[in-house]
Design a binder for this molecule. Structure first.
Ligand SMILES: *[C@@H]1O[C@H](CO)[C@@H](O)[C@H](O)[C@H]1NC(C)=O
Ligand SMILES: *[C@@H]1O[C@H](CO)[C@@H](O)[C@H](O)[C@H]1NC(C)=O
Length: 159
């Protein structure tokens, strides 16, 4: 019984102090549709064995409406899905991995959300854990919609 309690508390500590974190882009960063962005995904050093299985990086198009609260309903538009192998790079940062993803061209101007899902196995008994993180980003009007506006204005002037 005692050992089960110890195991449970180790598991609690592990899960609650070790989470997936989007270090970059930072909250409020500008994200331009059609352009590449570096997503820096960090995970604190493991107390007990953690086996990183995979990560998903996605974008929720929520401009003009409140962004969703629960990522387990929908991650939005997946931009990357695959292996996640964080490593030490700089001494002042936890292990991380950088991913370069392309921002969807369909992203509307306004406040949008970059979401991340992370799946791992914890401890000797391989407890499956799914975690989420997100950052809200700001999307400027896209070049194509600016061009369309100019064209419409041009036509208006012509008529
Ligand atoms: C985004 O992160 C905030 C803060 O951690 C959280 O409250 C919210 O539920 C998250 N939203 C999604 C869609 O994951
Ligand atoms: C990862 O991306 C961040 C943010 O763009 C950058 O500061 C850092 O140098 C990159 N690290 C590596 C190892 O490429």
């Amino acid at each position: 019984m005692k050992s089960i309690l110890i195991l449970l508390s180790i598991f609690f500590l592990t899960v609650h102090s070790q989470t997936i974190t989007v270090l970059s882009p930072s909250s409020g960063s500008e994200i331009t549709p059609g352009q590449d962005v570096t997503v820096q995904l960090a995970f604190g050093n493991s107390l007990t064995g953690v086996e990183h299985v995979s990560a998903v990086i996605a974008m929720i198009n929520c401009a003009g409406a409140p962004c969703p609260i629960d990522a387990s309903d929908s991650l939005g538009i997946p931009l990357f899905a695959g292996n996640y192998t964080p490593q030490y790079h700089e001494q002042n940062l936890p292990p991380y991995e950088n991913f370069t993803v392309t921002v969807p061209g369909t992203l509307a101007a306004g406040t949008n959300m970059l979401t991340v899902a992370h799946f791992m196995l914890v401890g000797a008994s391989a407890v499956p854990v799914l975690q989420f993180d997100n950052v809200t980003v700001s999307t400027p009007p896209s070049a194509s919609s600016t061009r369309r506006e100019t064209l419409i204005r041009g036509r208006t002037v012509y008529v």
